[in-house]
Design a protein around this ligand. Structure first.
Ligand code: ZN
Length: 247
């Protein structure tokens, strides 16, 4: 079973379509780690696509904010403006779907899915200290998380926690990671719609645990097209510009 892992799509349909086109035929089921909406210009198209495409999908903080489950008090003014605009674009049906998305962790086909940390869906996991609990406590050896928009992750074996630097080079579509038996992994596929690790390409992962590999993908897409839709929608300019820098 090859699993396509999508995360932090953030209403960027052009990036999502590019990722799906490049990975066509290379996976059997798709899962999503949340933040389907927020920031980008295509919340309805992306929500509809993720609803029909995925076998399992959990909620992210932006999905909660848009659905009204979580207050936007902690959001910066730019993110708050995007939340309000996003609400105006979604049908009651899609709003209901977003509101009913389950909270992680969710186990699906031998992998665990979380949006932020294993114990707290809204917590960011950037450092080994933040990763340790999830590595030890998760109910499966391989756990996927999102939220930081940074591709990569951590492994753990016999008190040895390793930071995994596994990003495809500019001319590569993917970089493979060998999954070793007995080791535990906390892996981030990166963000489809708003990467923040200095590579603006859409990022995702494909896990094939029967063959002991996880591929970390980066796919270019037409960023300018998304930016012009964002400007037309009146979304905040900092959100428009950051897409081309991957920051
Ligand atoms: Zn996000």
């Amino acid at each position: 079973m090859r699993i396509l892992i999508l995360s932090d799509i953030h209403a960027n349909f052009t990036a999502l379509e590019a990722a799906l086109a490049q990975s066509a035929g290379r996976w059997d089921i798709a899962v999503c780690l949340g933040d389907i909406v927020g920031y980008g210009p295509d919340p309805a198209e992306v929500s509809e696509k993720i609803r029909t495409l995925t076998h399992a999908c959990i909620r992210g903080n932006h999905d909660k904010a848009v659905a009204g489950i979580m207050s936007t008090e902690d959001f910066n003014p730019v993110a708050k403006a995007a939340v309000n605009w996003t609400r105006s674009q979604l049908s009651p049906d899609l709003m209901k779907w977003l509101a009913e998305l389950p909270r992680g962790p969710v186990e699906s086909n031998d992998v665990v899915l979380v949006h932020g940390a294993f114990q707290d869906e809204d917590e960011y996991v950037f450092t080994p200290a933040q990763a340790l609990e999830g590595l030890l406590d998760s109910t499966a050896p391989v756990t996927f998380f999102g939220h930081t928009h940074h591709q990569g992750g951590f492994s753990y074996l016999d008190n040895n926690l390793e930071v995994l630097q596994i990003r495809p080079r500019p001319n590569e579509l993917f970089a493979p990671l060998r999954v070793e038996p007995g080791k535990r992994y906390l892996l981030n596929p990166g963000s489809i719609g708003q990467p923040r690790d200095a590579d603006p390409r859409a990022s995702f992962a494909i896990a094939d645990l029967a063959n002991q590999t996880v591929e970390f993908w980066r796919v270019p897409y037409e960023i300018g097209k998304v930016q012009s839709r964002m400007r037309k929608a009146g979304l905040p300019e900092p959100l428009v510009q950051r897409l081309e820098f991957g920051r």
